[in-house]
Design a protein around this ligand. Sequence first.
Ligand code: PRX
Length: 637
Amino acid sequence: MSYPYQIRSMDDYTTAWKKSVEDPAGFWSDVAQHFTWKKPWNRVLDWNFRDPSVKWFDGAQLNITENCIDRHLADKAHQPAIIWEPNDPNAQQRILTYAQLHEEVCRFGRVLLNNGVKKGDRVCIYMGMIPELAIAVLACARIGAIHSVIFGGFSAQSIADRLLDANAEFIVTCDGAFRGPKDIPLKSVIDDAVIRCPFVKRVIVYMHTKTPVSMIKGRDVWWQDEIEIVKQSNQHDLPAETMEAEDPLFILYTSGSTGKPKGVVHSCAGYMLYTAYTFVNVFQYQPQEIHFCTADIGWITGHSYIVYGPLSAGATSLMFEGIPTFPDAGRFWDIIDKYKVNILYTAPTAIRSLMAFGLGPIHGKDLGSLRVLGTVGEPINEEAWHWYDEHIGKKKCPIVDTWWQTETGGVLISNLAGITPAKPSFATLPLPGVQPMLVDEKGNEITENNVTGNLCIKAPWPSTLRTTYGDHERCRVNYFATYDNLYFTGDGAYRDENGFYRITGRVDDVLNVSGHRIGTAEVENAINMHSGVVESAVVGFPHDIKGQGIYAFVIFSGNQSDQELIKKDITATVNRVIGPIAKPDKIQLVSGLPKTRSGKIMRRILRKIAEGELENIGDTTTLLDPGVVEEIKKGRL
Ligand code: PRX
């Protein structure tokens, strides 16, 4: 047995799940024994979902970086912690051993301190996928600052909204980021964002792409210069700050059904335990193996399964700067072959987009090192599942379909690789500690099988979100008030005769585009910022590669002689307000939207039209102007 808390058989799983439900405190304190604490806890679990208040290991003190780095120095100092593959396959790869990672994190922790960052301060990190991103994250955790990583595809305006919400006075960024053939000028985006945020005191800039940047005197400093200062001081170690178990570790913004993204807050101890536990168990990680999670650290998947989960388990985590199709659609397979990757964890959208290139890009690549495959972020269709199984896993690698959310911190429902059964397109069974439940619209539990319902969770798991930053009431209303005393996921699910769960998708106004969550209200707000737009309504539609595409119905005032130009302008507006990930795939200009007499947009009807179900759009008699539906149907794109 490689890890004392590793489940090794179906019986083990059944026993662990049972114990975790009957005696959560006993179960999780057994797991917690295997981590490093500065002070033990007084109480394992204290909770109620009404406030909500969730506390794990209250009274304990720790620092997550001692668990992710220091404790591995005794036996894994020279083992790679992070392997970095650059965007350009001909550029130099980098390997950071645990000893080197320790040194880098301590140094950058000192840089943060030298620049005035204190425990509890919020630090915004806006970087490309380079090792310094992981180093910056860990350095914040080392000194007890709260990191808020923003995905490198977000616009200046989205960044400013987040800086304001978190009142983040410190920013760590790069001059630019390479993504496929593009060089994205991150620092200049930050400059635009900071115009609205004069409270920002310091911007630390890592020079990576050598893109020209303007450095503002008194505010901006170069990462490399600051590191030099620390090196000169000859201070190599940096003792890890003492953190309370429930101190916040990070904020990560995510979309909901309202227009404004929420700052999901995770705390130190519970998040650490749960990401390590799920990493080891879901992927059945074995020491020395190379784990390749293709997500960006700007999303929760990267936080939990590139950085914290693997490192707290002493694993080797492979980080890739680029995109799957650059310089060609064989890039993932080249990387697997080059490093002899054992675990590949990616999104169905990536699988579907690579499938579209046929088998040519796989030809001649040795994928024999692969042992486990994983998917995350959206439902995987059976065709993609079988392609992944046959052509990538060569039918010898279990595929784990991991269902979870930014708010859940770690995987809640998934098969365990090779241990519990897989079923294509099913996430299958809950992890130990997780009690899923299906409810009907009224909140009544549905106990039978072969049913669909709204997916809720009955009791807290260690990495339950603790709050939404600066607005606890919002957290309560969003997640804990729809159904009494339950965490509501916002997802629908089907449960089969064996109790296996299949996630059917969001039941709220949130889209899942290429595995990224985008609130329809957020996209509408962005479209409405265009001066010619009177009103808009956004819905999702099935998209072969992205899973869901964005369909926008827009009422536009003024000259419409050049519709293509109007659509381009609207797209550019969304790009500027949110970022390229929220760009509508289709924009239909309409003269009106289907509304009820009380003025509510009937999205159900728009969804049917967007999906092409024109014959089956249901009752329109309650609409203010049923005629508008016919017009929209005729103009469907
Ligand atoms: O709808 C579910 C979908 O992604 C949502 C969570 O998005 P986010 O917070 O961005 O986190 C994504 C990565 C964990 C969920 O509410 N989702 C996630 N995983 C799956 C999934 N849908 C189906 N199957 C999955 N395995």
